[in-house]
Design a binder for this molecule. Structure first.
Ligand code: FES
Length: 103
C-alpha cells in the first residue's frame, strides 16, 4: 500500500503486515502528517487521509462516529477517511492514500 504525503510529494510504499489498521502502519513508518494521537478512538482526527485508489475486494464502511469526526478535520474531501478505521486485510496491497497538507 502507498501513502503520498501531499506537502512534500513524497511517496512511501509500506508493508502493512503485522498491523491491525492503516493508522498503525503509518505511525510505525513515521509517515509525516499521521500522528494517531488517540490510538484509534476516533477523537483526534490526526490520522486523516484521502483515499485515492481502492483495490478490488477492499471494503471498509464509514461508521456514524467516523463521519462525525471527519466533519471537523482540516482539508476534508469526498475520499476522506480516518486511517485508524481502515483495517489491514489481504486486499489492502493496492490501496493508495494521500496525507493532506496542513492548512
Ligand atoms: S487515531 Fe485518532 S481519530 Fe484516528
Amino acid at each position: 500500500m502507498t501513502f503520498t504525503v501531499e506537502e512534500t510529494g513524497r511517496e512511501l510504499v509500506l508493508d502493512a503486515s503485522g498491523h491491525a489498521t492503516l493508522m498503525q502502519v503509518a505511525v510505525e513508518a513515521d509517515v509525516p502528517g499521521i500522528v494517531g494521537e488517540c490510538g484509534g478512538e476516533m477523537t483526534c482526527g490526526t490520522c486523516h487521509v484521502h483515499v485515492e485508489s481502492t483495490p478490488a475486494g477492499y471494503t471498509a464502511a464509514r461508521s456514524h462516529d467516523e463521519e462525525d469526526m471527519l466533519e471537523v478535520v482540516d482539508a476534508p474531501a469526498p475520499g476522506s477517511r480516518l486511517a485508524c478505521q481502515l483495517p489491514v486485510t489481504p486486499a489492502v496491497a493496492g490501496l493508495r492514500l494521500r496525507v493532506p497538507a496542513p492548512s
